[in-house]
Design a protein around this ligand. Structure first.
Ligand SMILES: O=C(O)CCC(=O)C(=O)O
Length: 278
């Protein structure tokens, strides 16, 4: 029996590859998380960059709690079953009136994961509107083939390698994923998505949680890690990550160093790059 989603919503996810909007956080809780992010940024030289944008659930206690929150996991369980690993958490932050954008791409082309079941939970910590550069995606594209991509390394592209679908995307079919602060969009691995620049006066802040079932394998790197956040892992394909007991818990920070470095090799595989571009 499903825990949070109706049969209709699960069928819609299978068909379209996206469910939105879902209220996951109150506006007050979302504002509180934004405050914690921005306090960290103020103390560390400005906007979050580089390694801090990846696997951040190993660094920030509030995020370690959020990836384990029942209201998130119940939803994910309805889509991928009761055994759940959190493989990643990524920040996508666009500063006000900046040219940064995300080109059309499919995540499954780059992460080395042999599953179709990865679920992304994209949570807005500020309004995601057309003006602020909300995500756009093509419903149903997760059911099609993985399309050819080219690496552009465009300076304003927020993706690691500026990767872009190399065939024409029918943008007439795109849906704008507008969300209020604290709302989420849940989307499937393999869905084609993008987002234009932020032309608003506020930051567009998203934290994205990525979940996989434990039978998944990492096919590009010899080692990978994930946090077991619910149920049992009967496969052992991923080293289980420590749970931070506070912000920048030294044990979790040391693990983050290794895990993020390893993940970076997957993201930049074949490019010759070793460090983050952004
Ligand atoms: O936040 C965005 O604009 C893009 C997010 C994205 O590409 C992703 O979550 O995979």
């Amino acid at each position: 029996m499903s825990k949070r989603l109706t049969a209709d919503l699960i069928a819609r996810y299978d068909q379209d590859g996206v469910i939105f909007p879902r209220r996951l956080l109150s506006a007050a809780d979302a504002a509180g998380y934004r405050r914690q992010l921005e306090a960290f940024e103020a103390a560390h030289g400005g906007a979050l960059k580089g390694a801090y944008r990846f696997k951040s659930h190993l660094l920030f206690k509030w995020l370690a709690d959020l990836v384990r929150a029942p209201e998130v996991l119940d939803l994910v369980e309805d889509l991928i079953g009761p055994d759940i690993l959190c493989w990643n958490t990524n920040w996508f932050i666009k500063e006000p009136r900046t040219p940064n954008f995300v080109s059309w791409h499919q995540d499954n082309n780059y992460w080395g994961l042999d599953t179709r079941k990865l679920v992304s939970v994209w949570i807005a910590l500020s309004p995601a509107t057309r003006a602020s550069g909300c995500m756009r995606l093509i419903p149903g594209s997760h059911r099609g083939p993985t399309l050819p991509h080219v690496d552009t390394f465009h300076a304003d592209n927020m993706l690691t390698r500026g990767q872009e679908i190399a065939v024409t995307v029918d943008e007439a079919k795109a849906v704008d994923i507008t969300l209020e602060t604290g709302e989420a969009a849940v989307f499937a691995f393999g869905i084609a998505h993008s987002s234009p620049p932020n032309q608003s006066d506020d930051r567009r802040i998203a934290i994205v949680l990525r979940y996989i079932p434990p039978e998944t394998r990492q096919t590009v790197a010899a080692w990978d890690s994930a946090a077991l956040v619910r149920g049992t892992d009967r496969f052992g394909h991923f080293t289980h990550e420590p749970v931070p007991t506070r912000d920048f818990d030294p044990v979790a920070v040391a693990f983050h160093l290794r895990a993020e470095e390893q993940q970076r090799q997957v993201y930049y595989q074949g490019t010759g790059l070793k460090g983050h571009r952004t």
